[in-house]
Design a protein. Structure first.
Length: 303
């Protein structure tokens, strides 16, 4: 057998993407290159991994049997490479950090300011983006570490740990029928359009959806702004509801029979790179309840 890492990765990508063409788009390659890599893998293994008789290739029994093995081999290789990278790059000259756009702004900025004091010679690139983008960019190595609200799904390319939680509130625009007395109920909420934050890859509302009428967005601030404009009601982190541009435009609604748990904040990094000194500093810093609440005071600068 003479299969390669690239062929194995292409096989898994094709399964995850649902088709050879979708895998090609995800990998930034021509579809013919994807088809060729999988064909070479099949030839090397002397097995047929995909049934190509239908419009979209479907895994054969052999393909299904080898899929988990392929994922594990890729995970082990990535862990090995990342561990070697970390051991050989204890003091890199630059780092890229990604912050969820919906995180409490001042605590996040204070973290960056204290990070600058701790590593004055380091070049830092800070990206502000959605949770889905952070997960994607950390997984493929574009970002070294991300700070984000927890999202559904697992990715073997990412490790993470909980570093806090931010309260959530129900909001509606001041002209919305729900905003008249500041009180609401599950039954009343179900009569009006709901605005839900969801990854751009699908409508995964979990237990949050209460209304049969729903709009989705991957941006917390877009959802809050739509609520302010009267498009519907939403559940957002309290710091987003109290953002200056929304002052006087949204109402926080209380309810006796509806409660939404706080959003968990997680620090994530690429699998195998947990030994980085800068990551260790971030983990220690964030252990001081930086995101214990949207109005929690920032920790001291001494470490």
């Amino acid at each position: 057998m003479n299969w390669t890492h690239d062929q194995l990765a292409t096989f898994v990508a094709a399964v995850d993407a649902g088709s050879f063409s979708a895998a090609a788009r995800r990998l930034g390659r021509a579809q013919s290159a994807v088809s060729s890599a999988i064909a070479l893998l099949e030839a090397s293994l002397d097995l047929t991994l995909f049934d190509r008789s239908a419009r979209t290739p479907v895994l054969t029994d052999a393909g299904r049997a080898l899929l988990d093995e392929a994922r594990e081999l890729l995970r082990q290789r990535e862990h090995f490479e990342n561990r070697a990278f970390a051991l050989g790059s204890q003091t890199p000259g630059q780092i890229t950090l990604a912050l969820d756009e919906g995180l409490p702004y001042l605590p996040a900025m204070r973290l960056l300011a204290d990070f600058a004091d701790a590593y004055p010679q380091l070049t830092v690139t800070v990206l502000n983006c959605s949770a889905a983008e952070i997960a994607e960019w950390v997984a493929d190595g574009q970002v070294d570490a991300g700070l984000t609200y927890r999202r559904q799904g697992d990715d073997s390319a990412i490790e993470s740990e909980s570093v806090g939680a931010v309260p959530r509130v129900i909001v509606a625009g001041i002209g919305h029928p729900l905003a008249h007395d500041g009180q609401t109920s599950r039954k009343a909420l179900a009569r009006h359009r709901q605005l839900i934050v969801t990854p751009r890859t699908g409508n995964d509302d979990g237990d949050e959806r209460l209304s049969p009428q729903v709009w989705y967005s991957d941006s917390l601030y877009a959802v809050a702004e739509l609520a302010a404009l009267g498009v519907g009601w939403a559940v957002v982190p309290r710091n987003v509801a109290r953002y200056p541009t929304l002052a006087g435009r949204v109402v926080e609604l209380a309810s006796a029979d509806v409660a939404f748990s706080a959003l968990e904040v997680r620090l994530c990094w690429r699998t195998g790179r947990g030994g980085w000194p800068m990551l260790g500093w971030l983990r220690r810093y964030l252990s001081q309840a930086v995101f214990a609440g949207d109005d929690a005071p920032p920790p001291g600068t001494s470490r």
